[in-house]
Design a protein around this ligand. Sequence first.
Ligand code: VGL
Length: 191
Amino acid sequence: MGKKALFIVDVQKDFCPGGALPVPEGDKVVPVINKLMEHFEYVLASKDWHPPKTKHFEKWPPHCIQGTEGAEFCDGLNAEKITQVFLKGTGTEDDGYSAFEATNINLEEYLKQHGIDHLYVTGLATDYCVRATTLDALKKGFKVTVVSDAVRGVDVNPGDVQRAIEEMKQAGAEFKTSDEVIQELAQAEHV
Ligand code: VGL
């Protein structure tokens, strides 16, 4: 059987309250993710990592600029548990919503090399980067569990988050709470 990895999408200061593009309750995912980290050997994270000038900033306020404080992980996240970081949105033309667009390391190759076939997706934001990463993972044949209490969305248009959830489910993602995931992992260890 393949290995499982926790995947943390863009839990960065600019997406948390007080940041340049805050996701409502974005900081609420931090303790849930910290709790989940204890149960995974592979803890992978993406970072939005934009150049100071990019077409992406015609759609969004500037955020997560390479090397700035806003691009750091959110306060309180146990970043020392993260085993690999994937940087995306690094070009001047691309949005880089999906972690599979990472340019420092190819995520798909990394997962295959490490025998990982199941991602537990957490982070920000449900209707953008979580959605894009989940849909890409499913398209590439990985199993995806979205941890429902470890994601938050922006809902630029009301209903976006709900639509994104339906779309991910339709594409084959399963949704579980962090408690359900931890229980499931504990049971798997005892089989
Ligand atoms: C994101 C909007 C703009 C995200 C990134 O991380 O979900 N959302 N850029």
